[in-house]
Design a protein around this ligand. Structure first.
Ligand code: SAM
Length: 283
């Protein structure tokens, strides 16, 4: 195979490989190994601990779906919190909503924001919006210390390893519930329905105990393991399947539409099965 290739080991038995044009940046931050590479197939790509985080070619599938579903579920979102999201893609989508007055981005690693700004400006561009406040701290602690503060909370974290582990816990979800306003909406990226079904089932079970409305929705993300990705949603008042689309703002998107919003919650039988399987059942 011509040229140099990068492979991400997505599971012990599965890798995705991309031909590299060049490595644009590589460093060890206080939290993780960080690289930005330019690839033939997906353009520039952010890697953290050798795991593909986002690519210029397919980032919009994920960033539009994690942002516009909760922001259209809430009829008048004014304050939003993003945990993780240091590449800026989720913030770029949030600031498209005219109702938004303030976005707080809580990213533990300042080097992710600095490198996204330098090498991925088309993804990080929303970070310069006057409504955005960036805090370099642990999202777990940030949420623990807040009450009745945010209309929307979005967790755009790395996989449940290292500093992100606590972002997938029931205790964290209970703290999110308290940090949300009385009619707040929460969404987190919750991994692959193909390779992480046990994690997703446990998370949905936790959210059902904490929120009056708890749903799972799916989208495709070509560069993520299995190409199908899950988002877990918890809502204190508004149902994502009962949006008044006459009120929803018209925002420029390349993947998200009201029809795709609705369809994303239609779960295939294999997902329904593992969500409904009793705890001990193997699947
Ligand atoms: N969209 C990507 C995905 O789904 O894998 C992730 C985007 S973003 C690069 C993930 C960010 O989460 C990283 O920049 C990482 O530093 C940050 N992160 C991990 N744990 C965190 C924590 N406890 N508090 C705040 N940020 C955290």
């Amino acid at each position: 195979m011509r040229g140099i290739w990068f492979s991400e080991l997505q599971t012990p038995d599965l890798a995705i490989s991309v031909r590299l044009n060049q490595t644009l940046h590589h460093e060890k931050t206080p939290y993780q190994e960080l690289a930005v590479v330019d690839t033939e197939a997906y353009g520039r790509m952010l890697l953290l601990d050798n795991i593909i985080q986002t690519t210029v070619k397919d980032e919009f599938f994920y960033h539009e779906m994690i942002a516009h579903v909760p922001l259209n579920t809430h009829p008048n979102p004014r304050t939003a919190l993003v945990i993780g999201g240091g590449d800026g893609g989720v913030v770029r989508e949030i600031v498209k909503h005219p109702s938004i007055e303030k976005v707080t981005l809580v990213e533990i690693d300042a080097r992710v924001v600095a490198n996204a700004r330098e090498y991925l400006p088309e993804i990080a561009c929303g970070l310069d919006d006057a409504r955005v406040e960036i805090r370099f701290e642990d999202g777990i602690e940030h949420v623990r210390q807040r009450e009745n503060t945010y209309d929307v909370i979005i967790v755009d974290s790395t996989d449940p390893i290292g500093p992100a582990v606590g972002l997938f816990s029931a205790e964290f979800y209970r703290n999110v519930y308290r940090a949300l306003k009385a009619d707040g909406v929460f969404v987190a990226q919750t991994e692959s329905p193909i390779f992480n079904s046990r994690l997703i089932r446990r998370i949905q079970s936790d959210l059902k105990e904490i929120f009056p409305i708890a749903r799972l929705y799916l989208t495709t993300v070509p560069t993520y393991p299995g190409g199908l990705w899950a988002f877990s949603l918890g809502s204190k008042e508004y149902d994502p399947l009962e949006v008044d689309w006459r009120q929803a703002p018209q925002v420029a998107t390349r993947y998200y539409t009201p029809a795709i919003h609705q369809a994303a919650f239609s779960l295939p039988p294999f997902v329904q099965e593992f969500l409904e399987a009793p705890e001990e059942e193997e699947f």
